[in-house]
Write a new protein. Structure first.
Lengths: 409, 409
């Protein structure tokens, strides 16, 4: 049976995806979504020349000089008087520049003589500490293009243009199904002959991390009719994640059952470790991922194949986990032939990131994933890595923050 | 007036914080929280020796040999028979090893002769492809310590221990207040003499990015009584963020008003750019941050001071934005004396990250923040950076994913 390379499998998935439709959300719900419309400025900002500092609005040609203070202007005020030669206005950050003045002198560069006069010893050029009208945005110009990911900074720009509602790509509806007679549901009593269903919940959390609330369908037993009934429910969603049940074994009902339901299966095997077996198919309306029954393998396959797919559906241009370069703390032996993902912890030793494998890499040990900061990627043509070798690590959830400040102030 | 260094200000804030109390949440709501209790295994996992592969359970001392298949064992089955010399059992991944057998031969390493016999040409050691009882966890052992951040992998471990409810640190209640006569609220008509209130919403989104839903108090005008009424409401929360109104100007009511309300102000100035002015104080129950009125400055100060504070309250050991090393694409000139944060975009040129400043760095231009991938940190003793110099960049929200796969497969 042919094994696709990781990027080939990603390509097959990607070409099966059409971006989802759009919906309108309020500014309070928009963080993390992707804009489906462009946003234009609805005014000049600043709406007029404003002071960039607390100080005095002056005629630059007057300086240095002792000037008469004709007015106090604070943000939101309209200046009443024109600044003539020998005059200035006391002005606050963000306040409108009065007519006649062309520069601002910061208050710390002046000496107050009386309440009505100020002494300015230095000269400045026209425009000093003035923010010109339209510097931030010009009425009518496009300030945010469609396909912009809505970060906090973008929320600030949307508020600036008074965009209280906006069109964004909708999120996929995702269903999660576990399969296997050996699985014990969360609500069931502990049975020493069963294995708790970790996959449904680990996948739930991976989906939640993308801002999507998935539906857990439950556990389908190894029975074709029961499985078909669960799969039919799953095909009502945009994405169906099925874990377990796709191995080569004789007790495998998933493959025939899923094909009988009209799912066009695109591949059944990928050269990835851990990650055996991994399958993908689709109907006109649903993507179906067959993930390994092993929780670590299932989580790794989710990261490599499902994350980019879900993000593509939601309109993101950034689809892949961020990678950083690290130095490997110790040698790693393994067999060539598949792209391998090693769970590692990262620390910064002052010269950069150092990667350490998180204990046993047995795909049965979910704690290795729980403790991991990232996935070290070993190319399929590599026969092993030496200590101190430079490696690439994909950062996992929870690692966008670090324990140390990380910079020299 | 004394300017604290960034780390001094962070230290003052940090020592004013006590971690918040705890609450119980369900597994579906636990992602991203911090555990406030340790979690122990409630059984051995695997509960017995299991096969790690689809294949045949054998007596390793028999091999190589042609063996009689006495039973089919799939995951969840209890083996009925004991494997004797010359015998084997067909076994599935995750299924219990039958008595007598001590190793598994993968199906691809065998040749099926009849439905009842299989030929195995290779020999293996005892334990081959067997996952021993308790490999993943041992009944009673601590599998997650208190203070563990709940990532998707941790959710999987919690599901494995059937932990449907758990004790986590609660999230702070955060209130956001903007101040200034010049501000125009979201619901107000466009007034060319006003500035839209971007700060409330940019801060809202920064707080939301930490998993907290803040309360927007609105806009307090430059009037001591109105301001005092708003501040009093804000002091009912765990954290109050006030933007604007803390400059040295004569129209500044915030400082006297806030001190009259019993807030113990710890500092009013930090040597950070952009970020002028920045203040911090607290009561017994509320942390109060006075953030700059300028949206870019406000956002930068939030990242450097409020993010670590909120994360400390919630029990995270990782409090600071992740940093990466980058090569600077172009020279940057600036004045020494303050730690400077330059908004940059990052790209990977194949040898590592390259940082480019996002257009104008005027603190008036919020788009520079909306377009930024990170904040390049310039130490306060630096007089400028040359092109190609190695720099440190803090990653901002939205950058935990990237456009390219980023690894060689």
């Amino acid at each position: 049976m042919e094994h696709l390379r990781v990027s080939e499998a990603q390509h097959v998935i990607s070409t099966s995806i059409t971006r989802l439709g759009t919906e309108t959300v309020g500014l309070e719900q928009a963080l993390g979504r992707v804009l489906a419309e462009e946003i234009r400025a609805n005014r000049d900002l600043p709406p007029y020349d404003v002071s960039a500092m607390d100080g005095y609005a002056v005629r630059s040609s007057d300086l240095p000089a002792t000037l008469n203070i004709i007015e106090d202007i604070k943000a939101g005020d309209r200046p009443r008087l024109v600044v003539q030669t020998g005059q200035c206005a006391r002005i606050m950050t963000g306040a409108q520049m009065p007519q006649g003045a062309d520069a601002v002198i910061r208050v710390e560069d002046t000496q107050s003589l009386t309440d009505k006069t100020v002494q300015i010893a230095k000269a400045v050029r026209a425009g000093n500490d003035v923010r010109p009208q339209g510097e931030q945005m010009r009425d009518g110009e496009v300030v945010l293009t469609a396909d912009t990911e809505i970060t906090p900074g973008v929320i600030g720009v949307l508020a600036t243009t008074k965009t209280s509602q906006m069109c964004v790509y909708r999120r996929p509806r995702v269903a999660i199904l576990s399969t296997g007679n050996e699985l014990e549901a969360m609500g069931e009593a502990v049975d020493p002959y069963k294995i708790p269903d970790a996959n449904s919940y680990a996948l739930m959390a991976q989906v939640q991390a993308l801002g999507i609330t998935p539906v857990l369908l439950g556990i389908a037993r190894d029975d074709p009719d029961e499985l078909a009934a669960y799969l039919l429910r799953g095909l009502e969603y945009d994405v169906l994640l099925v874990s377990g049940g796709t191995s080569v074994g004789v007790h495998d009902y998933v493959r025939p059952t899923i094909e009988k339901l009209g799912v066009n299966m695109k591949f059944w095997r990928v050269a990835i470790r851990p990650g055996h077996p991994l399958a993908f198919g689709c109907t006109d309306t649903t993507l179906v991922f067959g993930l390994p029954g092993n929780p670590v393998s299932s989580m790794v396959c989710f990261e490599e194949f499902v994350v980019p797919a879900l993000r593509q559906m939601m309109g993101y241009s950034r689809r892949y986990r961020r990678t950083v370069t690290a130095r490997l703390a110790h040698a790693i032996k393994f067999r060539a032939g598949r792209t391998e993902f090693i769970r590692v912890q990262l620390r910064d030793d002052g010269t950069g990131y150092v990667a350490n494998a998180t204990g046993t890499q047995s795909s049965g040990v979910l704690l290795s994933m729980a403790k991991a900061d990232g996935l070290l990627v070993i190319p399929s043509d590599s026969n092993g890595l030496a200590a101190n070798e430079q490696v690439t690590v994909q950062l996992l959830d929870g690692t966008s923050y670090q324990s140390e400040l990380g910079f020299k102030e």
